[in-house]
Write a protein that binds this ligand. Sequence first.
Ligand code: PGA
Length: 256
Amino acid sequence: MVYFRGMKRILVGNWKNHPSSVEEARRILDGLRRSKAVYKRLSTIIAPPAPFLALVKEKASSLGALGVQDLSSTEGTATGEIGTDILKSFGVRAVILGHSERRQLGETSRLVAEKTAIAIKSGISPIVCVGESEHDAEGKYFEFLNEEIRSSLALVKKRDAGKIVLAYEPIWAIGKKAKDAMAPAEVGVMTVFIKKTLTELFGRKIAESIPVLYGGSVDSSNAEALAKSGVKGFLVGRASRVPKDFKLIAEALIYA
Ligand code: PGA
């Protein structure tokens, strides 16, 4: 599990439940491949819906690594679930866990913690998502975030903590226009707060080695400023399916 170690900044494309056809997925991948050299300068992950895994492996493994958006919480037989053995046989290197859209469907931090432990055990890097639904004036979101980080990472042993990636995705900033993304200065403040929480959990040295990503309406117009906010990289939804935008976001991470 070495994909996220080292100096390279991190760019994760979360395709969510898109695109709607395999032809369109192929078109996106052909577009991404044209900028292979750019993506190779980063730790790039493409996380498509599971039915597109084989296609992404075939077309995009030269520009980055394969990711998924969830994994099974059980290691036993379970209809409809996808376990780590299958994922690893496709070469999956990372898994997005606890995305707010999954939490809204009922996924609890306890379940996220269990899946994180399974991912670590299997050698797939967990990208654990946290984020408040509201940035209230009284600052209650700090408390919320502290608790969400602690409970989502509750089963991570200190010796494994360097294997996780934390993605900060304020729910209110997801899927909006660039102007509604979190302001870069605020992302900087939140990154420091997250590192402080990670320090309390795992100690300073390990906390420093845990990459913190920002996600929520990152696009080509705000990527440069956000890239300078103190985060190690981005978790990108919509713009990750638009090759020309994703390339500009990648370049912002490289040159910022
Ligand atoms: P967005 O999504 O970039 O479309 O806001 C980010 C995410 O939900 O991971």
